[in-house]
Each structure stands twice: as structure tokens, then as C-alpha cells.
Write a protein that binds this ligand. Structure first.
Ligand code: UT7
Length: 362
């Protein structure tokens, strides 16, 4: 039977760190609050456009799969922070990769976007519409942060992760999936003014319009319920018990959300992958980055039973039960890195501070 298998994986994190201590000098917060309330210690700020992060993650995933760019049929980029709304980030990535036979489009389900894309691409591959897809989750949400708003400024970071999905005869791939959304409470997590509904005059009058605003506690509650329920549904549909699960790879938004989701599933914390301390919430990129690190650290074995779960703006959520394939090591690796930068993190954020009004406190 034809299945869709993850055959390559890669990540790209920009090098410049924004630590909790850096944030103490920017907004009224402290390392202890951020660490205990979120689990985050540091995050990355990108010195390059989103499409560069996405393209390098994609190149690494293609090398791991041993796939040439010209053999890719589809490039899908899950993001809500493309370089431009038109054309798509995926089109730019297709060009940067030299994926000359590929179609390309973006998909926006915010932090749930990577799972929506993985489910879509796997469906296309399994049904024979395409043979090989490059699925990238990438975001530079720090571009939309008002660093004078401590309820959002400490949470997000920039990054990209990617997987290659290919047709296979192996008995592996997605066994069950769920996607959900509730647009009736969209305003509890949104970037108002970032799209076409905003009047030109409003943008002139109020420079704050595009910043992310969030009702954190409300999002928190709904995230735990939605990720827990969607995960339970895919575990049941896969015919697995909780003991069968080798690893939960959840969206990394808050370590307390991850812990509460695992408790809801009655899953031991040793079976949960957590790397939020290093990167914060990279939105659509958290799961492919986490999966790549789980593979690098030997936490995914041939045939491992994995559960992915995500939650984000929309509101949107998704979960996937997936049996990993027989190969868990990359076929090859590339040396390429992002171009180096001498800029400090404050240099990189200077334009953001000038626009939104945040910045180092006097
Ligand atoms: O990718 C999906 C999108 N996002 C999420 O999933 C985020 C979901 N929500 C959360 O992770 C949490 O709700 C937050 C981390 C955003 C906030 O944590 P919380 O425990 O829910 O805190 P809270 O909003 O209830 O605020 C508690 C207190 C408040 O002070 P008072 O009113 O009790 O005096 C806040 O003003 O903590 C204060 N506070 C802070 N203090 C220091 C809020 N943010 C900060 C901060 N530093 N950065």
C-alpha cells in the first residue's frame, strides 16, 4: 500500500540570542517570572528574511532525505509572517532551492500551520497526486511584537524547521489526524491591522495596529483542552493506548501547557519532547524543529510511535498520530550556514522599537 513517509528533516535557527536578562532591560519583567511561568530562557532574533530561514531548513531536510531540489513536486510553507503577502514565501523558497519542478504555496494556520501542512502534503502524497513534498514551518513572529507589552514580548522567537514527505511502500506514516478551529474567539490571539480589513487612515493614526495581542490565560485554557482532546482522538483512532506512545512532540508555547497536556493524556514526562527553553515559541516552526532535535538526540527510533499536537491563532488546533519510518539517520548533511552578522540583538530590534515604541528602559 502506498503511504507518505517523513524521509528528511532539518532546522534553521538564526544565531542572535535574546535572553531573559536582555528582556529585563527592555520591558518590566524578570528571568524568574519568565522561567517559571513559561519555561523559556532565550529565543532567537533573525537578521535575514523568513524565506532565508525557511530555505536553509528546507535544504537541510532535502540533504537528510537524499532528494535533489529538482525532484520536489511541491514546496509548502506554513507561516503567518511571509516576507511579503504576495508573492508567497513558498515561491521564494522554491527559487532559492532551485526546486524547478515544484509547485509552491503558503498555508496559514498560525502555530498549528505545520501540522495542517503535514496532513495536507501527506494526503497528496499517499493519494498519488504528488510523490515528494517539502513541508516547512517557519515564522519570524518577533517582527509583530510590541516589546513594551510584557504579556507577549517574552514568548516568541524566530526559526524554521522542515520535513520531506515521500511516497513509500513501508508500513509507516500518518495513522490518524485531527484539525480543528473556532473563529468565534479569534480576538483572544490576533494581530489586528495586519491585513486588508484595516483602513488606511487607521494605520496612519495608530502605529500599534499590527502588533500581536493576546488574552494569555484564555488561550492557555483552550490550548490544553484542544491539544489534549485532539491527541486523545488520534491515539484512539490509531488503535493505540497511551503506553504505546514513544514520544509526544508538542507545539512549544509554554512548558506549563505542555505539562498540562501530558497530564491530561496520563503520559509520563519522559515521553514528552521539550526544547522551549532555547527557542521560545517559534509558531509554525516549533514542531519540525523539535522533531529534528528529537531525531538528532536519538529519541526517535525506527518505527517509533509519535504524537504531534499544536494550537494557535484562529483559533486553530491539530494532532497527528504517526509511525516513523525505518531510517532515523540523515542520508547526507550540508555545511551551508546563514550569512554571518555582527549586529547585536538591540541593533536587530532597533526598527521594531522605533515603530512600536518599545526599547531599552532608561
Ligand atoms: O502558540 C499559541 C499561542 N500562545 C500561547 O499558547 C500562550 C498561552 N498563554 C500563556 O502561555 C500564559 O497565559 C502567559 C505566559 C502568556 C501568561 O502567564 P499566566 O500565568 O497566564 O499569567 P497572567 O496573564 O495571568 O498574569 C499573571 C501576572 C499579572 O500580574 P498581576 O495582575 O497578577 O499583578 C501579569 O501582569 O503576571 C503578570 N505578567 C508578567 N509579569 C512579569 C504578565 N506577563 C509578565 C511578564 N513578566 N512577562
Amino acid at each position: 500500500m502506498r503511504n507518505a513517509l517523513i524521509t528528511g528533516w532539518g532546522k534553521c535557527l538564526p544565531p542572535t540570542l535574546l535572553t531573559n536578562h536582555d528582556l529585563e532591560s527592555i520591558v518590566d519583567t524578570d528571568d524568574e517570572w519568565i522561567t517559571t511561568r513559561t519555561g523559556i530562557k532565550e529565543r532567537r532574533i533573525s537578521h535575514v528574511p523568513l524565506s532565508d530561514l525557511a530555505a536553509l531548513a528546507g535544504k537541510r531536510a532535502l540533504a537528510a532525505a537524499g532528494v535533489e531540489p529538482e525532484d520536489v513536486d511541491l514546496v509548502m510553507v506554513a507561516t503567518c509572517t511571509p516576507d511579503t503577502l504576495m508573492p508567497s514565501a513558498a515561491g521564494m523558497v522554491q527559487n532559492k532551492l532551485g526546486a524547478t519542478s515544484a509547485g509552491a504555496f503558503d498555508q496559514n494556520a498560525a502555530c498549528s500551520g505545520f501540522l495542517y501542512s503535514l496532513i495536507s502534503a501527506s494526503g497528496m502524497v499517499a493519494s498519488g497526486v504528488i510523490d515528494t513534498a517539502l513541508v516547512i514551518g517557519a515564522d519570524v513572529l518577533t517582527h509583530l511584537l510590541d516589546f513594551s507589552d510584557r504579556s507577549t514580548a517574552v514568548l516568541f522567537g524566530d526559526g524554521a524547521g522542515a520535513v520531506v514527505v515521500q511516497a513509500t511502500d513501508e508500513d509507516a506514516g500518518i495513522i490518524a489526524s485531527r484539525m480543528g478551529s473556532d473563529g468565534s474567539v479569534a480576538e483572544i490571539l490576533w494581530a489586528e491591522g495586519s491585513g486588508s480589513a484595516t483602513g488606511y487612515k487607521e494605520v496612519e493614526r495608530n502605529h500599534q495596529l499590527a502588533a500581536i495581542s493576546m488574552n494569555g490565560p484564555e488561550v492557555f485554557k483552550r490550548a490544553v483542552k484542544a491539544m489534549g482532546d485532539a491527541s486523545s482522538a488520534v491515539i484512539e483512532e490509531a488503535g493505540w493506548s497511551v503506553d504505546d506512545i514513544d514520544l509526544l512532540v508538542p507545539h512549544q508555547a509554554n512548558v506549563r501547557i505542555i505539562d498540562a497536556t501530558a497530564r491530561r493524556l496520563k503520559l509520563d514526562s519522559s515521553k514528552v519532547f521539550v526544547n522551549i527553553a532555547s527557542y521560545g515559541n517559534t509558531s509554525a516552526a516549533t514542531i519540525p524543529i523539535a522533531l529534528t532535535e528529537a531525531l538528532e538526540n536519538g529519541r526517535v527510533q525506527p518505527g517509533s510511535k509519535l504524537v504531534f499536537a499544536a494550537f494557535g491563532a484562529g483559533l486553530s488546533w491539530a494532532a497527528v498520530a504517526l509511525k516513523f519510518g525505518s531510517r532515523v539517520t540523515p542520508i547526507s548533511e550540508i555545511d551551508e550556514e546563514l550569512p554571518p552578522t555582527d549586529a547585536t540583538v538591540l541593533d536587530l530590534l532597533a526598527d521594531n522599537f522605533a515603530y512600536f515604541g518599545g526599547g531599552p528602559r532608561g
